[in-house]
Ligand binder design. Structure first.
Ligand code: KG4
Ligand code: ZN
Length: 395
């Protein structure tokens, strides 16, 4: 069902959005000019902490407890009347089925009661478009750009060509990068979520204290070729487990040992992500310049007199993008090939409903359609969004 507003009116369109795909119950009201009128997030970290990871049943129960309160708060804080909304959006996949059902049913029910269209949103598309959710007085990141999505559930490298036009260059073969942080933190006796705990512990540590294997750096199948953009973290996780077992529980309790292990782990992940970012930036820039020249557009990059304004973006999103060591490594890797680094503000980097509302607005503004009666999809490849045949991304 296409809901196409007149272009001039697009900036004033208002969407109420719901996000419940993992362990955040979130609702937001966003306007087509990039204004976030409200962005409410109930984090379930305290609920899952004793289990050192997300427990799907507990997550679903918590979403059910919170959804009406969170949505009511988002509407109240926005000051928007239901009648002024253009549409109601909710994440319908990929993610944990319980949360997806609760959030999307709640959204559909409101849409029915308020007589508004319902926009089923793909969570990966919401992350992919989130860097463009900038306030009205700030420039919008132009297409195309590279996205390095690094969270507790994903580790993907995507080319974002336009709304609904994504190409996946690489994905994790096993664990997501945030998951590797969480599991390694557990081995070091650090709390959940492991990422911030490892980053804090690593501050006083020596990143060269322990040698950990660089993921996918050896045969078989020439995984180190410049065209391989996949990720893997299970080998690194196993190496951390062996190392902590060899050192023994008593030694691993010593603060300096924990700091050195945390710093060594973090440095290894940073090097790996930076290696992939550098490969991807090289490939991106090759095509970018060729395409620009073919279209008769000069970017300044050709003559070597590019200003920073000419440089395209490599964007990092997801919880792991909070890590300063990783950010610095990825920024330097992108710069080597003339790409600018950008990460949305943390609140838009981690799971939130504002990005879901924004994805709905971007689709609405360019007149993209939604499948009628879209059901929840725990696995929902970006390639199956029903857009142009060029998309090749999978969950
Ligand atoms: O995007 P996110 O908030 O939620 C989803 O996974 O959807 O990401 C959470 C993940 C967790 O695995 C957490 O350990 C990791 O992001 N994380 C970090 C840092 N902050 C959060 N990893 C490394 N360094 C951090 N500072
Ligand atoms: Zn996410």
């Amino acid at each position: 069902m296409p809901i196409t507003p007149a272009p001039a009116a697009a900036k004033s369109e208002l969407v109420l959005a719901i996000e419940t795909s993992c362990d955040e119950t979130a609702a937001a009201v966003v306007r087509g000019d990039g204004t976030i009128l409200s962005n409410v997030i109930f984090s379930q970290i305290a609920i899952h902490q004793p289990w050192s990871g997300v427990v799907p049943d507990l997550a679903a129960r918590a979403h059910l407890d919170q959804i009406d309160l969170v949505v009511a708060q988002a509407m109240r804080e926005s000051g928007v009347e239901p009648s002024a909304l253009t549409a109601i959006a909710a994440t319908v996949g990929p993610g944990l089925v319980g949360g997806l059902l609760i959030g999307s049913q709640f959204g559909k029910t409101l849409a029915y009661a308020w007589n508004k269209p319902f926009c089923p949103i793909n969570h990966l598309e919401a992350h992919a478009l989130s860097p463009r959710l900038t306030p009205p007085n700030q420039p919008r990141i132009p297409f195309p750009y590279l996205l390095l999505l690094t969270s507790g559930g994903h580790c993907q490298l995507l080319l974002v060509r336009g709304v609904g036009d994504y190409e996946r260059w690489g994905t994790t073969l096993d664990d997501a990068v945030g998951e590797a942080f969480d599991k390694s933190a557990r081995l070091l006796g650090l709390p959940y979520p492991g990422g911030p705990a490892i980053e804090a512990a690593a501050v006083g540590g020596n990143p060269n204290a322990y040698r950990l294997p660089q993921p996918l750096s050896r045969p078989p199948n020439q995984p180190n070729s410049p065209e391989n953009f996949d990720f893997s973290f299970s080998g690194l996780k196993t190496a951390m487990r062996r190392l902590t077992q060899e050192l023994g529980a008593e030694v691993v309790q010593q603060p300096q040992v924990v700091a050195d292990l945390a710093a060594s782990f973090q440095a290894t992940v940073a090097q790996f992500l930076a290696r992939r970012a550098q490969q991807a930036a090289a490939r991106f820039m090759k095509h970018y310049q060729t395409e620009r020249q073919a279209a008769g557009q000069q970017t300044g990059l050709e003559e070597g007199r590019a200003t920073p304004d000419d440089q395209p973006y490599l964007v990092m999103a997801g919880g792991v993008a909070a890590n300063q060591t990783i950010r610095q490594a990825v920024t330097a890797a992108a710069a080597k090939h003339g790409m600018r680094f950008h990460a949305p503000p943390m609140v838009l980097c981690t799971d939130n409903a504002a990005m879901v509302g924004w994805a709905a607005l971007e689709r609405l503004i360019v007149g993209k359609s939604w499948p009628a009666n879209q059901v929840v999809r725990p696995r929902w490849p970006l390639s199956e969004l029903g857009d142009s045949g060029r998309t090749a991304a999978t969950a």
